[in-house]
Design a protein around this ligand. Structure first.
Ligand code: AGP
Length: 588
């Protein structure tokens, strides 16, 4: 949700800001802008649309500046609402939401101040101007104390043209030192070349006067530990692929292999093993794709370890007064580790006495500061807004946890996870075939995905992928639920994607297939059971290799991800940057 960047140093700021913004664009892309300190003021360039719209901005002269790429919350995507926002001597970029901006705005308007945009962010510039009595840090602290909600802020003041000021609360902010200057950014890859990186924590401030970095907490100046440096592979590049999403689908086998954990082999998991032994009850909290991985984990954990699991969308968990009994383990699953609802749900669970394990793909993300324990999926940076490899990696990790829990509960025989990376390789290598199936969806009013048990999880995720990047209305249903209402929507030619990876449930799922066929629907069957692929009721089939049934969504989702990708392309969309969405949802 919005990317922010800042630079101060010896070199020209504008090209560095624009490069950083390009790398941050996955966080939002409906408008972009930069402001650079120049003689006696700021040069500002803002445009509706993507960073590439900022033509000519690279020529702006000056060695200190800030930039922003926006995902609109308050006010439509427009040049007027694009950041940076300025008032008086201040200019700033903001990521987050100022929840009390309306009363603050009224207060400023009461002083006769005029607002230009409809954003919540502009009020911050007004408060800075009001509170500044010659000490910008003090003004920033006073301003921050008035703000409710979340913010990562990069601020410049006309009186100190080469100094950057920063503040953070509930929105990520990284500070870096490179060879040629100092940087601020929402995320590490934007400033990956820096040889020294720091992550600001909630309530902290930073001042970058061009040559040194100073950090401040509530009480005064503080020292901070540096973060682990990034490797070149952390810098997002599409390489030979047309889109990040396609590249990331090809990285699925490695993501699975790197995220399988053997809890017995590794000493650092022994503490988690102790927690698992004491676990009586599990709650999984997550959003979107990560929520779907929680559903697959529920089936696997309950079947293998016989521990009851409740999976709840994080935005529901945080407001429903959840019951946290003794022995409750909460798994907070988030690729980005920054999703506002998942963070709030994890905090609430912790307050109520649960042990919280975060499962995330991003080291140093906010969720790692909340949880008692952190397990990392090792999928590598995921840039495409539609999650692919991170989902498969979450499944690999959660299935490893299911196996570890089963062992901790004394189960002697547990299925092996080892074949999964090679099987995924086989499936990925065939995924391009979905290009032939995609045209079948083009004229459809809506598309349905059905399955039972573990297949239901794949159905949900396949449907989310399709709506997210192709903009076709779609629903994922338990196959048995179809006749309780949704069947009314099936008529001649309606595409229904049925997932069937579990022999024991085959007749039951096939009943739903027959019901769809009888109403003229066209069934595309994704299965590892060749005998069903050849049935006359099946319009097209996708044959997959066999694997442990509980783990099968890790394979069956791959053709569904590919189907969404090729459908998106066929509809002329940009699969990496679907409309209205952003990669990490750091606001409610
Ligand atoms: C997935 O394709 C989506 N972009 C979205 O549902 C995402 O999974 C959700 O916002 C949760 O994100 P997180 O895993 O970073 O918490």
């Amino acid at each position: 949700m919005c990317g922010i960047i800042g630079y101060t140093g010896k070199e020209q700021a504008a090209p560095k800001l624009l490069l950083g913004l390009k790398r941050l664009e996955y966080r939002g892309y409906d408008s972009a802008g930069i402001a650079v300190s120049s003689e006696g003021g700021f040069s500002v360039c803002k445009k509706k649309g993507r960073v590439s719209e900022l033509n000519g901005a690279e020529k702006i002269k000056g060695v200190c500046g800030v930039g922003h790429t926006r995902w609109a919350t308050h006010g439509a995507p427009s040049e007027r609402n694009a950041h940076p926002h300025a008032f008086g001597r201040f200019v700033l970029v903001h990521n987050g939401i100022i929840e009390n901006y309306l009363p603050l705005k009224e207060e400023c308007e009461g002083r006769g101040e005029k607002f230009i945009s409809e954003t919540d962010s502009e009020v911050i510039a007004h408060l800075l101007e009001y509170y500044d009595r010659g000490d910008v840090l003090a003004a920033l602290k006073e301003t921050a104390a008035r703000l409710e909600g979340s913010y990562a802020l990069a601020v410049m003041c006309r009186d100190e043209p080469n100094v950057l000021y920063a503040a953070r609360r509930k929105s990520p902010l990284i500070v870096g030192r490179g060879k040629e200057g100092l940087y601020l950014a929402s995320d590490v890859p934007a400033i990956a070349e820096c040889g020294e990186l720091y992550s600001l924590c909630d309530g902290e401030f930073a001042v970058l006067p061009g040559d040194k970095i100073r950090f401040y907490g509530e009480e005064g100046e503080i020292k901070k530990e540096t973060m682990k440096l990034v490797s070149k592979s952390d810098i997002p590049e599409k390489g030979e692929y047309a889109h990040f999403m396609l590249k990331e689908m090809h990285e699925i086998p490695a993501a699975i292999a790197n995220s399988l954990i053997n809890f017995e082999d590794d000493f650092c998991f022994s503490a988690i093993n102790i927690v698992l032994c004491q676990t009586e009850y599990i709650q999984i909290v997550a959003c979107g794709t990560a929520y779907h991985s929680g559903i697959a984990a529920k089936y696997a954990i309950e079947a293998l370890a016989r521990v009851p699991v409740e999976v709840t969308v994080a935005s529901e968990y945080r407001y429903r007064d959840p019951i946290v009994k003794k022995g409750t383990l909460v798994l907070a699953v988030s690729q980005s580790g920054e999703t506002a609802d998942t963070l709030a749900a994890a905090e609430l669970a912790k307050e109520r006495g649960a042990t919280v394990i975060a499962i995330t793909n991003v080291p140093d993300s906010s969720i790692t500061q909340i949880a008692h324990f952190v397990l990392f999926t090792r999928a590598g940076r995921e840039i495409a807004v539609a999650a692919t490899k991170s989902f498969n990696a979450q499944l690999a990790l959660l299935f490893s946890l299911a196996v570890a829990l089963a062992k901790a509960k004394g189960r002697e025989t547990v299925p092996s996870l080892r074949p999964l990376p090679a099987l995924a390789e086989e499936v990925v290598s065939e995924a391009e075939k979905m290009k032939e199936i995609a045209p079948m969806l083009l004229g459809a009013k809506s598309v349905y995905f059905i399955g039972r048990g573990a297949d239901y999880c794949a159905a949900l995720e396949g449907s989310l992928k399709l709506k997210e990047i192709s903009y076709l209305p779609s629903e994922g249903y338990p196959a048995g639920e179809l006749k309780h209402g949704t069947l009314a929507l099936i008529d001649k030619g309606t595409p229904v994607i049925a997932i069937l990876m579990q022999e024991g449930l085959s007749e039951k799922t096939m009943n739903a297939v027959f019901e769809v066929y009888a109403r003229g629907g066209r069934v595309i069957l994704v299965t590892n059971l060749p005998e069903y692929a050849a049935r006359k009721e099946v319009y097209r089939s996708v044959l997959l290799p066999k694997c442990e049934e509980l783990f099968s969504p890790i394979l069956s989702v791959i053709p569904l991800q590919a189907l969404a990708y090729y459908t998106s392309l066929a509809r002329g969309n940009d699969p990496d940057k679907p409309r209205n969405l952003a990669k990490s949802v750091t606001v409610e």
